[in-house]
Design a protein around this ligand. Structure first.
Ligand SMILES: Nc1ncnc2c1ncn2[C@@H]1O[C@H](COP(=O)(O)OP(=O)(O)OP(=O)(O)O)[C@@H](O)[C@H]1O
Length: 186
């Protein structure tokens, strides 16, 4: 088994997963810390299998909206057939020399099971934030998205670390210090 430290991040839309994981990568340095997105390979593979434009699927364009439902359905089918499918694709693309891998967007217990099964040093990190702040960041409750399994499956998961990201930078900094300490101790 690999000796890498694996930090598996999850959180609601606009809780700040990208922001917090980006900051963490800055602190640890890009050479030491690689960010792995589980949603990236999904879109890449979907585009490839359906002869679509991958770049256009990544942005918030009409193009992406047009294929959103089909992409979600395809993702569900692939995951049902093989729960490890997207995790395998994500790690295949990751930097082998980085000592820390940060998964930026875990959504399922099967994602957690995957990393716990394949790696020794795993921490699950949940980014949380009040809904009022998420709304300020542009979140709009969307039926069939925010109440779907892909958003809610990890709500009751026993995460190792909770990071509160309500926008108080001092509070975030303190939590960062203890996260860095946990990483050093692993
Ligand atoms: N602590 C913070 N201080 C300042 N801005 C923040 C902070 N956290 C998040 N933001 C901003 O809020 C917005 C949403 O954050 P981010 O994209 O990281 O959320 P996310 O959880 O990755 O969202 P999604 O699931 O929709 O991709 C971004 O513009 C980000 O820069």
């Amino acid at each position: 088994m690999s000796d890498k430290v694996i930090l598996v991040f999850s959180g609601k839309r606009k809780s700040g997963k990208d922001y917090v994981t980006g900051l963490l990568q800055e602190r640890l340095g890009k050479a030491n810390c690689d960010l792995l997105r589980l949603s990236g390979p999904l879109k890449k593979q979907f585009a490839k299998d359906h002869q679509l434009d991958y770049d256009k699927l990544l942005d918030a364009s009409e193009y992406k909206e047009k294929y959103r439902a089909a992409m979600i359905k395809w993702g569900e089918d692939m995951r049902l057939a093989n729960p490890a499918y997207f995790c395998n694709l994500a790690i295949a693309d990751a930097s082998t020399s980085a000592s820390v891998w940060v998964i930026t967007d875990a959504r399922r217990k099967t994602d957690m099971d995957y990393f716990n099964k394949h790696f020794n040093k795993v921490l699950s990190v949940r980014v949380v934030c009040d809904d009022t702040i998420r709304i300020q960041r542009g979140w709009v409750f969307t039926a069939n998205v925010d109440d779907a399994e892909s958003e809610c499956n990890l709500d009751d998961y026993a995460h190792n670390i909770i990071i509160r990201n309500d926008g108080n930078q001092h509070e975030l900094e303190m939590q960062f210090q203890s996260l860095m300490e946990r990483i050093r101790e692993m």
